[in-house]
Design a protein around this ligand. Structure first.
Ligand code: PAP
Length: 329
């Protein structure tokens, strides 16, 4: 890739989409994208073309198993962190006693817990998932109503992580600017804020995304676990234990005393993960640099980038779009 070529020319290439997606695009509402030239609205949510292609392939081909665990997030809600924690929880027997040879030391959480529409089903070929051991752990940014039918029909478990919309927005804006090449330049924050408030950014609208899973978790608490980034930050021990219970692998008496939870949280902390070589200088198959997933990892960083008025605007639009769901963000 030459320095003057926008990164998106290699990532999210529009000419690599499926014929099904290609036929669909002209029929869909279109907006300017933050990373790709355009994003398209499909069944109420917005996607870059290649992600839409992955979504359609995933809906057509992904067969969920009853034992699967899916981590679902809107982008920039703390996906990388929860991927690491869930991987540790579900594979803790393998690494009991010593974290020295833990897979997280040498592999990105995004490789250990791959995305569906945004990863495994991203290319032209239907992936072979036979090598994934049970319980399989995947991630997705898909809204609830667009999950593959097999996910809803199976007994698989969904963990949904959401984050304060103002921090989510600021995190996404930073990430989008990294994804854009120097030649394309930064997106003005105000322009992105307008789009965010209209819901027109990848996997938006934010509030519809969160509400879909909040409703599902209220109706099926044994299948859908609703968690907030901020509460994980405040009391991670409590929520790791709740997660283990939900996933059907509760922490035993011995584990509760021998520092297992401390070990997992230390391993998955922002400081530990971001200091690892694989997360400092690695690249995912999508060309995304692993260090872009680690910026600050703090609650309330939006105040360093937006005015109070801008924050109030996000609060107002979030409030207006809550439709009396009972969800407070
Ligand atoms: P994705 O949805 O595109 O996969 P995601 O991991 O949700 O990305 O977004 C990265 C955010 O999670 C960053 O937030 P920030 O921009 O506000 O800093 C990143 O710093 C944060 N993050 C990554 N790892 C951790 C961690 N171990 N603990 C807490 N926050 C983290």
């Amino acid at each position: 890739m030459t320095p003057s070529q926008p990164l998106q020319a290699k990532y999210l290439q529009e000419d690599e989409i499926s014929q099904k997606c290609r036929d669909l695009l002209p029929l869909l509402p279109r907006e300017k994208g933050w990373i790709t030239t355009s994003i398209y609205q499909y069944q109420g949510f917005w996607y870059p073309p290649k992600v839409l292609s992955g979504l359609l392939a995933c809906q057509d081909h992904f067969q969920a198993h009853d034992t699967d665990v899916l981590l679902i997030t809107a982008p920039k809600s703390g996906t990388t962190w929860l991927k690491a924690i869930l991987f540790c929880l579900l594979n803790r027997a393998e690494f009991s006693g010593s974290m020295q040879h833990h897979s997280l030391l040498t592999q990105s959480p995004h490789n250990l817990v791959p995305f569906l529409e945004n990863g495994l089903y991203f290319g032209q070929e239907i992936p072979n998932l036979a090598s994934f051991a049970s319980p399989r752990l995947f991630a997705s940014h898909l809204p609830y109503h667009l999950l593959p039918t097999s996910v809803k029909d199976s007994g698989c478990k969904l963990v949904y992580l959401c984050r304060n919309p103002k921090d989510t927005f600021v995190s996404f804006w930073h990430f989008a600017n990294k994804m854009r090449s120097k030649a394309t330049g930064e997106m003005p924050l105000g322009e992105c804020l307008d789009a965010f408030c209209r819901g027109a950014y990848p996997f938006g609208p934010y509030w519809d995304h969160a509400q879909g899973y909040y409703k599902a978790s209220s109706e099926m608490p044994e299948r859908v676990f609703f968690l907030r980034y901020e509460e994980m930050k405040e009391d991670p021990h409590v929520h790791v234990k709740r997660l283990a219970d939900f996933l059907g692998c509760p922490l035993g008496k011995q584990e509760l005393m021998d520092g297992t939870v401390d070990g997992i949280l230390r391993m998955c902390s922002f400081d530990s993960l971001s200091a690892l070589e694989v997360n400092k200088s690695g690249k995912l198959s999508t060309e995304v640099e692993t260090e872009w997933f680690f910026r600050k990892g703090e609650v309330g960083d939006w105040l360093n980038h937006m005015s109070i008025e801008m924050g109030e605007r996000i609060d107002r639009v979030t409030q207006e779009n809550m439709h009396g769901s009972g969800l407070k963000l």
